[in-house]
Design a protein around this ligand. Structure first.
Ligand SMILES: [Zn+2]
Length: 237
């Protein structure tokens, strides 16, 4: 009986030691994970979480999923739409103007600040394809998204449904061009209502201080590239 009792104690002690060792391994694993996520770095640098600044603004980051034009998930550790404060203030202003003109309507942000590591991933995934014409070359300094000064945006109605803009966001082709809208309506490619919807988006965004991009109805820059290079810091991580 005594022998059995001692054996039992021994098993319990050995088992206990194993659990303690397991815990040690796990905590060592945690200690190695010191690298900050993109969300954490952007927050630390003072970039603004748009949805926090104005909860009426909707966010659905297209590069955090694989149903974008690259077919790949490009954002790892980034789940929020971040912008430099100067651009964030303008998005807030644009949302307020939109709410006044069309109660219940909301801006839907599809992409905002894009760190250079993501820009490189995006460029590499389309190099050698037609998509490459639409992605700023990181070797040439990237674009305004890489400063948190550009936004890809559309509008949703009170039910959360995206307005018809003639093409989806990130449509690769001349139909996305803002100078061809009259032609696209008269040729029957898009409806007059879709043209009105694009005009509504441009109106609220430009009145709030953004500049449209000719080739992409959904893309807006807060400043010129020259000004960004002079006055702002690129997201080199
Ligand atoms: Zn864009």
């Amino acid at each position: 009986m005594r022998k059995i009792f001692i054996a039992l104690i021994a098993i319990l002690l050995t088992g206990g030691a194993c659990v303690a060792q397991g815990k040690k391994v796990r905590s060592a694993g945690r200690a190695q994970q010191t690298e900050k996520t993109l969300d954490e770095r952007l927050k630390e640098l003072g970039y603004v979480d748009i949805a926090e600044l104005n909860p009426e603004v909707k966010v659905s980051l297209m590069y955090a999923r694989d149903d974008n034009f690259t077919g790949k998930v490009l954002y790892d550790g980034m789940s929020r739409a971040w912008l430099h404060a100067d651009a964030a203030k303008s998005v807030d202003k644009a949302q307020k103007a939109l709410s006044k003109l069309k109660p219940g309507y909301a801006l839907l942000i599809k992409d905002a600040a894009r760190p250079m590591s993501v820009q490189r991933k995006m460029f590499n995934s389309v190099v050698g394809t037609t998509g490459a014409n639409y992605v700023a070359n990181p070797a040439k300094g990237g674009g305004l998204h890489n400063y948190g000064l550009a936004v890809d945006v559309t509008i949703v109605d009170a039910e959360g449904k995206e307005l018809d803009m003639g093409t989806p966001v990130d449509h690769l082709g001349p139909e996305a061009n803002i100078t061809r809208e009259d032609q696209l309506v008269s040729s029957g490619y898009m409806t007059a209502q879709a043209r009105e919807n694009r005009r509504l988006l441009r109106r609220v965004m430009t009145e709030a201080g953004f500049m449209p991009l000719r080739s992409e109805w959904w893309h807006f820059n807060r400043v010129s590239k020259a000004e960004a290079r002079q006055r702002y810091k690129r997201l080199d991580f």
